[in-house]
Write a new protein. Structure first.
Length: 156
């Protein structure tokens, strides 16, 4: 019974986010391109587990127009990456968006796909011509998330 009540409130909360444009239950094309670029940069077993994570139920919280956080509905222990490098891994994805170079970030946190960042708001990507130029692993210091954290809490 408690599980059903929690599920009801979670779905109600998600619905409010969707109604106000701050969330969705599915990935847009550009979001899938960015996530796949990061995932495809991993070794095959990690790719398999990360792709399985995307097949599970999740909600994408978009309370910031450029930072998107995946909220998985169920525990994903069987598809969680346990290697130390996946405890806080950042991929910097260089894209060509309608001929303009842009960097996006993908974060794997505690073995799960946690978030992805874009430099432009979602409206820029509608019907955009996208091409992945390169992907590299980074420490996240240049991410928008870290910049916001530094601005709110001081440098660390």
């Amino acid at each position: 019974m408690v599980h059903h009540i929690r599920q009801f409130f979670r779905q109600a909360n998600e619905t409010v986010f969707v109604l106000f444009g701050e969330g969705s239950w599915r990935l847009r094309h550009h979001e899938q391109v960015i996530l796949n670029a990061g995932i495809n940069n991993c070794e095959p077993e990690a790719q398999r587990l990360l792709q399985q994570q995307l097949l599970r139920g999740f909600f994408i919280e978009k309370t910031n127009s450029k930072i998107n956080v995946l909220r998985f509905r169920d525990p994903l222990e069987e598809v969680r990456l346990s290697a130390p490098e996946f405890q806080d891994m950042w991929f910097r994805v260089a894209l060509l968006v309608n001929g303009k170079r842009e960097i996006s970030n993908v974060n794997i946190y505690r073995g799960l796909i946690f978030s992805f960042e874009t430099r432009s708001p979602k409206k820029v990507y509608r019907r955009a011509d996208l091409k992945v130029l390169s992907v590299k692993i980074d420490d996240g210091a240049k991410s928008l998330t870290k910049a916001i954290d530094r601005a709110e809490h001081g440098s660390s």
